[in-house]
Design a protein around this ligand. Structure first.
Ligand code: SAM
Length: 216
């Protein structure tokens, strides 16, 4: 067990990290002015996922929960192949408009397909449209009470050996509460669900808890 990282160590980690891409930095600064800005992933989580995308040679990436587009941009910038594709699912057209603005600034908008609407329906459509077993990597970061169904769809959509990241599996500590809020109770359910599946996975303490699952 390790004690929580101190503010000073966190700042040191940021200081010694690879510099953030200038459009990601600009997007982070813009997002700080938007309601719900705390929902954005941290720069170090973005760098981790981007590096994983490079290690896995990701060409087809699925994101469930885009907000203003930081994680989608971080991963898409790491996908160097000309024909790489990101499918970006969200329900909010206002934040998606900000995302598109910054994807354009970073000159990757042609690689990203935004899909608007409830993610459960959008994922079911991707399955029925024949995308099963084709994605190299996925990221689940939308409505907590739908995590189990998102996971089942993402798992079908991933190719064997593909990887899905699941965010906020600590819910800022609320998963330990005697009376967890609805979203934390849903995450507790998801965490138990995953433990009872026969799949390779790892719970990391990155940011608000990030679980990584590899499709068998
Ligand atoms: C935590 S934020 C995503 C943060 C993002 N990954 C980033 O790096 O900034 C969650 C997003 O899920 C979206 N969302 C919530 N419920 C949804 C649903 N039922 N279907 C699709 N998207 C949903 C919200 O609109 C919000 O943009």
């Amino acid at each position: 067990m390790k004690d929580s990282i101190t503010r000073e160590l966190y700042q040191y980690a940021r200081l010694i990290s690879k510099a953030e891409h200038k459009v990601l930095q600009a997007l982070r600064e813009r997002t700080a002015t938007v309601e719900g800005s705390h929902m954005q992933i941290t720069p170090e989580q973005g760098q981790f996922m981007a590096l994983m995308a490079k290690i896995l040679n990701v060409r087809k990436y699925l994101e469930v929960g885009v907000f203003t587009g930081y994680s989608a941009l971080a991963v898409t910038l790491a996908m160097s192949a000309d024909n790489s594709q990101t499918f970006a699912l969200d329900i909010d057209p206002v934040t998606m408009a900000i995302a598109k603005e910054y994807w354009t600034k970073a000159q990757v908008e042609h690689k990203i397909t935004p899909i608007m609407g409830d993610a459960v329906l959008s994922l079911a459509k991707l399955v029925s449209d024949g995308h099963n077993n084709t994605f190299d990597m996925a990221f689940i970061d939308a409505k907590k009470s739908d995590y189990i169904i998102y996971f089942k769809h993402c798992y079908s959509l991933l190719r064997p050996g593909g990887v899905v990241f699941i965010d906020n599996i600590f819910m800022n500590g609320d998963v330990l509460s005697d009376k967890p809020k609805e979203s934390a109770a849903a995450i507790n359910k998801f965490n138990l669900f995953l433990q009872n599946l026969n799949v390779d996975y790892c719970v990391t303490t990155i940011a608000d808890g990030l679980t990584i699952v590899r499709k068998t």
